[in-house]
Ligand binder design. Structure first.
Ligand code: A3P
Length: 323
């Protein structure tokens, strides 16, 4: 598959030659940069971002480890900002004509991967002057480029076992193969050792967790499991944090539920744009699977569960409780 950003500059290649490297479960090379593992083309996007991004005070960045609920968070954020279009099943709602990943691009994967000066203006939300971006970078890698900007960051965190299984299913769906048990086993080993794309998982989570405690006005820490368990409460938290809380009238008229319905996995995955569209080389439809808490039980052995639970317990030391 031809990938975005597959022309790596000589400068990046010489940097890569100095960095620790490792092959992932499918033999694809990763480099360790500022404590996290990246594919070469993504590393180029990270560096372009670090050198060139000019933050604005009103920017919003949606952050996550891959397969933690990014698509859902993007959809909810778009829906909150596009409130006026939400009512009466407006045909022009952006979520009806584009996938959440097309509406909220990744800084290092979509925007800076092929250009050091991408056009960022088109990602303004129509109802506020905020630009809305996303990232899988850990917070420490973004810090310098954000230059003490008061922009807002929302992080969604998910249980490591469900994240791993989701990533495995996604990898198989992307390659259009049946679920491959040996691939799960090698991805499991990579998760446990931390040598996984954007990993180690625990460093990623901790970078945002600490910031959310230190600076709760600017960093919101959401959990996928809590969003599933009490979506109304969590979407209200998100709206308040983003500075667009629901009014009493909106709440009384069932508006919160309308947003949740619009952004539900069932609704989004049934839309034509998500059944047939593509972003880069990825079919939109594979961003939507089961969306269940605890599905990892159906795929990981009890030994695998114990091992990863112990690693996470040791690394997080109870600082972030992952259900
Ligand atoms: P599963 O593979 O466990 O089903 P990401 O968006 O970060 O790539 O994460 C993908 C996971 O989020 C997948 O989990 C997917 O099914 C789930 N997901 C996608 N859209 C969702 C939505 N609207 N609501 C809840 N979960 C969603």
């Amino acid at each position: 598959l031809k990938e975005k950003g597959d022309k790596i500059t000589e400068e990046i290649m010489s940097l890569i030659s100095l960095l620790p490297s490792h092959a992932d479960s499918q033999g694809k090379k990763l480099s360790k940069y500022q404590g996290s593992w990246y594919y070469f083309n993504i590393l180029q996007g990270v560096l372009n971002f670090q050198r060139n991004f000019q933050p604005q005070d009103t920017d919003i960045i949606l952050a996550s480890f891959p397969k933690s609920g990014t698509t859902w968070l993007k959809a909810l954020t778009v829906a909150l900002f596009e409130r006026s279009k939400n009512r009466s099943s407006d045909d022009h709602h952006p979520l009806l004509s584009d996938n959440p990943h097309g509406l909220v691009p990744f800084l290092e994967i979509d925007m800076y991967i092929e250009s050091s000066t991408p056009d960022l203006t088109k990602f303004l939300s129509s109802s506020s002057s905020s630009r809305v971006f996303s990232t899988h970078m850990p917070l420490h890698t973004m810090k310098q480029a954000l230059k003490d900007s008061p922009c807002k960051i929302v992080y969604v965190c998910r249980n490591v076992k469900d994240t791993l299984v989701s990533l495995w299913c996604f990898a198989c769906a992307h390659q259009k193969i049946e679920l491959d048990r040996s691939l799960l086993e090698s991805m499991f080993d990579s998760f446990c050792s931390g040598t996984v794309y954007y990993g180690p998982f625990w460093e990623h989570v901790l970078s945002y967790w600490r910031a959310s405690l230190e600076d709760p006005k600017h960093v919101l820490f959401l959990r996928y499991e809590e969003m599933k368990a009490e979506p109304r409460g969590q979407v209200k938290r998100l709206a308040e944090f983003l500075g667009c809380p629901f009014t009493k009238e909106e709440e009384e008229s069932g508006f919160v539920d309308e947003i949740l319905d619009l952004c539900s996995l069932r609704n989004l995955s049934g839309l034509e744009v998500n059944k047939t569209g593509k972003i880069n080389t990825v079919d939109h439809k594979i961003f939507f699977r089961k969306g269940e808490v605890g599905d990892s039980k159906n795929h990981l052995t009890p030994e695998m569960e114990n091992k990863i639970d112990m690693i996470i317990q040791e690394k997080l030391q109870g600082r972030v409780v992952l259900v």
